[in-house]
Design a binder for this molecule. Structure first.
Ligand code: SAH
Length: 478
């Protein structure tokens, strides 16, 4: 079976068609062809039918535990796919079918739905999962076996008291995990759970059969995810797991969680929204202590109406600008200038690399140390001799030669650069530069050819460094 298409749940599920294939589901359908979402058995049959039809998964669910709505859970899987696809260690952009990914699901539930969906969608992926409720653990392991995925999904031991969320000791066997995901218990008390159910026109279909351990945690989801943030920042976890993520059920939690991340010094994160039908909205925040940065579509994946305030979104990781070109040959001119200007940086210390692929009109620049372009950086280079770099003198001479250019803006001071020992090996900045000729806009008065330069921040914690580089290139090339 092929992976399900990303837009499979774009439109509401057609119950009538589904009923034709699934007799147990058909029995629950009301005479008006609608489903009674307040009836747990109806909701369970819907979930089972969808998992089977769309993902070739057969699962069994207990009557007294949470029943996961498939479209929402699938949304989270799509999000982590895109997140990982735009932050691959080899800068491969897009799905790489050969990449092995290891995921970890905290609180996998009776269905083990996240590992099951992930492994069906991506044949190379492996998953670990934890669960502290015995009933859920038993069902989860049966569901994994029923779908012959025991070799790719492992239920691992965790602190059964629920105090420690990340099973660090168990993870020591793995060099690196790619993604941690969790759908935390949402409510802080039984009272708030009931109040929320009452305030909705009909019970949230995912909550009608949830047991207290699944639904309630002291302090609610903000406290659960805040604990996760603190654990994620521990030395043993922060560089072992590339991405941490959590689904959130309340809009207000998004701001609290982003504030918490910023407080801990995290600059690399992503905020997204899951919309499913008119009634259910969920959010997801992902964060990393490492430097690989997701595309804008992933990291700022909230549409205008989502209600997430702009101030809670991470810094843009893409910039583009158009250069007006007088000659018809604007693209070649821009290409030449970009390569010339960047070429001048190459001698500026070890760890500046530039690889340009003419056929793609795209190049990748890496600067291990950070700023080597600003006037300030070059001045520093002149004054503090770097004894480790033998070409330093030549470089300084070259810098002198080029130091008289019209740099009007003083480059901003870099902030928040990483001071963690274990992160020192990461380059301070990696960008991809793409040149293109945008098709001229309809109705545009001038016929002038334009050349577009797009810069994508691929790696590095410091947004100011990225902005400074973009500004420098723009001045040089325009
Ligand atoms: N992932 C499933 C279940 C989410 S409900 C889904 O999306 O449908 C939250 C789950 O987390 C419950 O199954 C609950 O038993 C489990 N849980 C709660 N605290 C936990 C902890 N500290 N460690 C592991 N699992 C936990």
């Amino acid at each position: 079976m092929m992976p399900a298409p990303e837009d499979i749940y774009k439109n509401d599920v057609d119950f009538t068609t589904l009923a034709l294939q699934y007799p147990d589901f058909a029995k629950r359908l009301k005479s008006n062809r609608q489903l009674d979402f307040s009836d747990p058995e109806s909701v369970r049959q819907l979930t089972k039918a969808l998992l089977h039809r769309d993902f070739d998964l057969s699962i069994d669910l207990p009557d007294d535990r949470l029943c996961p709505p498939v479209p929402n859970r699938f949304n989270y899987i799509l999000f982590i796919q895109r997140l990982l696809d735009t932050t691959a260690p080899d800068f491969h952009d897009g799905y790489d079918p050969d990449r092995q990914v290891i995921g970890l699901d905290i609180g996998t539930g009776s269905s083990a739905i996240y590992p099951l969906l992930s492994c069906r969608q991506r044949p190379k992926w492996l998953f670990l999962a934890t669960e502290i409720d015995d009933t859920n653990r038993n069902y989860a392991s049966k569901n994994i076996a029923a779908n012959h995925l025991q070799s790719r999904i492992k239920l691992i031991d965790t602190d059964m008291s629920g105090q420690q969320l990340i099973p660090s000791t168990e993870l020591e066997r793995f060099d690196r995990l790619d993604i941690l995901m969790t759908n935390p218990p949402f409510y802080e008390s039984e009272a708030s759970m009931l109040a929320s159910a009452r305030s909705k026109s009909r019970p949230a279909n995912s909550s009608c059969t949830g047991a207290p351990i699944e639904m309630i945690v002291p302090g609610g989801e903000v406290s659960f995810v805040s604990r996760l943030i603190l654990e994620s920042a521990l030395p043993k976890n922060r560089s072992r797991i590339q991405w941490f993520s959590a689904m959130l059920g309340k809009l207000s939690s998004v701001g609290s969680i982003v504030d918490k991340l910023r407080e801990k010094g995290c600059t690399n994160f992503a905020v997204t929204e899951f919309i499913q039908g008119q009634k259910t909205r969920r959010w997801c925040v992902a964060w990393s202590w490492l430097g690989l940065r997701p595309s804008m579509a992933v990291s700022r994946g909230v549409v205008g109406s989502s209600g997430v305030e702009k101030k809670y979104l991470p810094a843009p990781t893409e910039m583009e600008y158009d250069m007006p070109m007088t000659s018809m040959d604007g693209l070649s001119v821009a290409e030449k200038r970009v390569n010339e200007e960047i070429g001048k940086l190459l001698g500026a210390g070890a760890g500046v690399l530039w690889k340009y692929v003419h056929a793609r009109r795209a190049g990748m620049l890496m600067s291990k140390e950070g700023d080597v372009w600003s006037r300030k950086a070059r001045r520093k280079k002149l004054h503090h001799h770097d004894h480790q770099h033998h070409q330093a003198e030549d470089v300084d001479q070259e810098m002198k030669d080029h130091s008289v250019e019209q740099e009007d803006a003083e480059d901003a001071e870099g902030e928040g650069s990483n001071d963690e020992d274990e992160l020192d090996k990461e380059p301070a900045l990696v960008v991809r530069i793409e040149l293109s000729t945008p098709s001229s806009e309809y109705g545009s008065s001038s016929n002038q050819a334009k050349t577009r330069i797009r810069i994508r921040h691929l790696q590095g914690h410091d947004r100011v460094l990225f902005e400074s580089f973009c500004g420098w290139l723009k001045r040089k090339v325009s």
